[in-house]
Design a binder for this molecule. Structure first.
Ligand code: ADP
Length: 332
């Protein structure tokens, strides 16, 4: 199998594990309740639901919820992403092909180009866009009607969205990291679907090392399953889970290689900070966005790293986790 085939295979497994209805969604109780109400009300009125904005770190269920919205409204779903919309024309092409009631999912909506964003304001509010033909003084704007649709936008950071765009969403939900007992349920559910034999303590070990993230829980389950098949008798016990996760360098608190690299650079190279996030990203050889949107939210939430106006600083817990003595001035 080539690397691309393996990746396609992983994606197919991920798709198979997605909950298909709100009832199947584990955790996020408040979002589920609120969204359920929005959808129910829209169904009763026979209208498209309001536009929905979902924010939160990667892997917490934004795409899953978009699919569920379409499924519960028995509406078709169209998927695109901010980086794929580089010109207003790209968006006009998508919008002009929409059917009534369709759900348009725009992942990473904060990365859409500015002109496209402005076109989207009008489309969201008036179900109309102005398509500009030509350039300079001879340019003309041709108004184009769009059938009512529901936009579901996903962003890792709602704060990056311009106010006018944020204001046009009728319902905004912020997804939080999951609690270990919720991840435990997700791991059990996935194991059932994948036909993996799982002991309760094996499952809770995977859950507690999953960085509060369902996508990671499912991925770790698959890696532990590989280990169980090859190195044990196929059953995921506590010992098997521990040995497999150690092999994959996921530590007992769920920090992965990138998380540890960030803390390591922060403590060892920059004396615990404060240091700018761009400098930190260069030090670990990653994009700034990856450090900011993937590693940091988890490290901040778990009290390892603090964002201050002067830059990032390591907490005492970070020094401790790396097995280093913290300088006396470090705050808890
Ligand atoms: P995002 O779009 O936020 O990056 P996804 O919706 O792609 O995240 O979710 C990643 C994976 O995690 C999906 O394959 C799905 O199986 C699983 N998942 C996410 N949220 C939940 C949930 N609340 N309950 C069960 N599984 C979930």
């Amino acid at each position: 199998m080539t690397a691309a085939e393996a990746e396609g295979d992983e994606r197919a497994v991920e798709a198979a594990l997605r909950p298909r209805s709100l009832d199947e969604v584990v955790g996020q109780a408040r979002v589920r309740d609120q969204l359920g109400l929005v959808l129910e009300a829209a169904r009763m009125r026979g209208r498209s639901p309001d536009h929905v904005l979902l924010s939160g770190p990667p892997g917490l269920g934004k795409t899953t919820l978009a699919m569920i919205i379409a499924h519960e409204m028995t509406a078709p779903l169209r998927l695109t992403s901010g980086p794929a919309i580089t010109h207003a024309g790209d968006l006009a092409a998508i919008l002009s092909g929409m059917n009534e009631g369709e759900v348009l999912f725009v992942d990473e909506i904060h990365r859409m180009s500015r002109p496209a964003e402005e076109m989207l304001y009008m489309a969201m509010e008036d179900f109309r866009v102005d398509v500009v033909i030509g350039k300079g003084p001879g340019a003309t704007a041709i108004p184009l009607e769009i059938p009512p649709f529901t936009l579901v936008g996903a962003t890792t950071r709602a704060g990056l969205l311009p106010g006018p765009l944020r204001d046009r969403f009728g319902f905004t939900a912020h997804l939080e990291y999951y609690e270990p007992h919720e991840l435990d349920r997700i791991v059990h559910r996935s194991a059932g679907l994948l036909g993996v034999e799982l002991r309760p303590d094996g499952s809770s070990e995977i859950a507690s090392r999953s960085r509060g993230t369902p996508r990671i829980a499912n991925r770790l389950l698959r890696r532990v399953r590989d280990f169980a098949q090859v190195r044990a008798d196929g059953v995921v016990t506590l010992d098997v889970a521990r040995a497999a996760l150690d092999l994959y360098e996921v530590d007992e608190l769920g920090l992965d290689r990138l998380d540890r690299a960030v803390l390591d650079a922060l403590c060892r190279r920059f004396g615990g900070g404060p240091v700018g996030v761009s400098t930190l990203a260069v030090a670990v050889g990653e994009e700034r966005e990856t450090v900011e949107e993937v590693a940091e939210p988890f490290l901040v939430r778990n009290g390892f790293l603090a964002r201050t106006p002067r830059g990032r600083i390591a907490t005492r817990a970070a020094w401790h986790h790396l097995g280093l003595a913290a300088p006396a001035a470090v705050a808890d």
